[in-house]
Write a protein that binds this ligand. Structure first.
Ligand SMILES: [Zn+2]
Length: 215
């Protein structure tokens, strides 16, 4: 079986999406990309996360052709592939309809740098991709155009896509974005919001890069 470890990670983080209430039902999808082979492992379409087994995960090439697997790949395969194409540094992607990120996406508001927790998504605001119907090439192109050097992008009236060097990192970016989206939504409800300015963000980014245990 190709990409066994990636298949297990797709299953594990799919279940975590549900456990942590970051998505509803079978909404959302998870993938891993291996630049060495050009293959990606992605959630199957419409199978409940808790019922998905590693052998249900579909292996595709970057053009969307199924290379291994009996299942139909996620309807957002094109979205994942488009992001791996524009950002070769990505090895994992998580797409979800988490409550607060989706709320901002429906307000057509980007996720603004109010708090340093957003730095896992990059130094700046998480942009909004132009609206396009879910599951289409237009949506894939809009997200690929919008993401720039950030590690996440909001999909108007849809949800969020978070990415990183692997699925674990992408999942952390998603959790950080969701927390920051709730903070922003609360600020908007209260009618007052102070965004970090460029110097404050640059100083916080410097601290963020040095944060944690030395390798
Ligand atoms: Zn979706």
């Amino acid at each position: 079986m190709l990409m066994e470890e990636a298949r297990r990670a797709v299953v594990r983080y799919g279940c975590l999406l549900l456990e942590k209430k970051l998505t509803q039902g079978t909404a959302g999808n998870v993938s891993a990309f291996d630049p060495a082979t050009g293959l990606l492992a992605i959630s199957p379409s419409g199978i409940p996360y808790e019922a998905t087994r590693p052998e249900d995960v579909v292996i595709c090439d970057i053009d969307g052709n199924v290379v291994e697997g009996d299942r139909k790949p996620s309807s957002e395969l094109g979205l994942h592939a488009a992001l791996y194409r524009v950002r070769p540094d990505f090895g994992g992607i998580v797409h979800a309809h988490s409550m607060y990120a989706t709320t901002l996406a429906c307000m057509r508001e980007p996720l603004r740098p109010l708090h340093f927790a957003l730095l896992s998504a990059g130094e700046g605001e998480v942009p909004l991709a132009d609206y396009a119907t879910f599951g289409t090439a237009e949506l894939a192109n809009a997200a690929a155009r919008a993401i720039g050097q950030m590690n996440a992008v909001l999909l108007q009236n849809h949800g969020i896509l978070a990415a990183g060097k692997d699925i674990a990192k992408a999942f952390q970016v998603l959790e950080d974005c969701e927390w920051c989206a709730e903070v922003q939504w609360r600020c908007m409800c209260a009618g007052k919001m102070a965004v970090l300015d460029a110097d404050q963000l640059a100083d916080a980014a410097r601290m963020y890069r040095g944060y944690g245990q030395k390798k």
